[in-house]
Write a protein that binds this ligand. Structure first.
Ligand SMILES: Nc1ncnc2c1ncn2[C@@H]1O[C@H](COP(=O)(O)OP(=O)(O)OP(=O)(O)O)[C@@H](O)[C@H]1O
Length: 261
């Protein structure tokens, strides 16, 4: 069942064309990798899919809502972990989760149980009562991973999930993401790291210049290295265009993805 669907998304920031007819669909049960270089349009797409930003054009459906028309309803249903966002420095993780639990309409017992499960899974139970200001970047990232899953959303959007984590915790987060997707949820992971995408995702879409240029299911990774596909599809883009494609440039003629995605 499709959980996340975007068709023909377009978005410009002034003269910069960030999304140029991007389409993507993710089913429940999939761990989808949204893989692309800097400036490809990943954050813009994530913000549109989670009701934080309106597209100029395109059709959207996320868990039965239209994020551009019903942003609050979308944000209630999904989990979001933006890149490089920290928990409030003046709260402890436990206090922060109490706050998130109230926003997410969860009772205290549920919050306590789920926090205990995630703290144990990611190995930070000992820092639940430490001020977030005194946590390392990696410890703060564990807190932010937890908040995205606290209300057990059927779709979760995560930007660079493994940033700042040591290898042991990386493995724990990878396993948690796989298990979460396998339990009939859609997990949408944005990353520029080919190895991460290849390692954890059930399907990967390569985004470049604001559109999907190739898509591969995990079964195809062995015969067709994702790194090769990434280099072939992304390197062909003109570097002069890739980071600052202007809305007035004539790139529409090149908008068909070679991968047919
Ligand atoms: N608020 C903004 N104002 C102007 N231009 C923007 C804004 N946000 C993004 N852009 C531009 O839109 C394009 C896509 O940016 P976006 O942040 O979506 O890419 P990204 O794939 O997330 O990049 P990165 O991996 O570096 O985070 C880039 O050219 C970027 O400079």
């Amino acid at each position: 069942m499709t959980a996340i669907s975007a068709k023909n998304l377009r978005k410009t920031y002034g003269e910069v064309r960030a999304l140029d007819g991007l389409s993507v669909a993710v089913d429940r049960g999939e761990l989808y990798g949204f893989l692309g270089p800097n400036g490809a349009g990943k954050t813009t797409t994530m913000e549109i899919l989670t009701g934080q930003l309106r597209p100029d054009a395109g059709h959207l459906e996320v868990l039965g809502t239209d994020p551009s028309m019903e942003p609050v309803a979308t944000r209630e249903r999904v989990g979001i972990l933006p890149e490089q966002l920290s928990p409030p420095s003046f709260l402890t993780p436990r206090e922060y989760f109490d706050f998130v639990g109230r926003v997410r309409d969860l009772d205290e017992m549920t919050v306590r149980d789920r926090v205990a499960t995630w703290a144990d899974r990611l190995g930070y139970a000992g820092t639940l009562d430490t001020l977030c200001a005194d946590l390392s970047r990696g410890q703060q990232q564990k807190v932010m991973v937890t908040q995205a899953f606290l209300h057990e959303p059927a779709a979760v959007f995560i930007d660079e999930p493994l940033a700042n984590l040591d290898p042991i915790v990386q493995e724990r987060v990878k396993r948690a993401l796989r298990e979460y997707a396998a339990a009939d949820n859609a997990v949408f992971v944005s990353t520029h790291n080919v190895e991460v995408a290849q390692d954890i995702c059930t399907r990967v879409g390569i985004v470049s210049d604001g559109r999907i240029v190739a898509e591969r299911a995990a079964e195809a990774f062995a015969e067709d290295s994702l790194l090769d596909v990434f280099l072939e599809t992304v390197e062909t883009a003109d570097p002069a265009d890739s980071a600052g494609q202007t809305a007035t440039s004539d790139s529409d003629s090149a908008s068909s993805p070679p991968g047919g995605a």
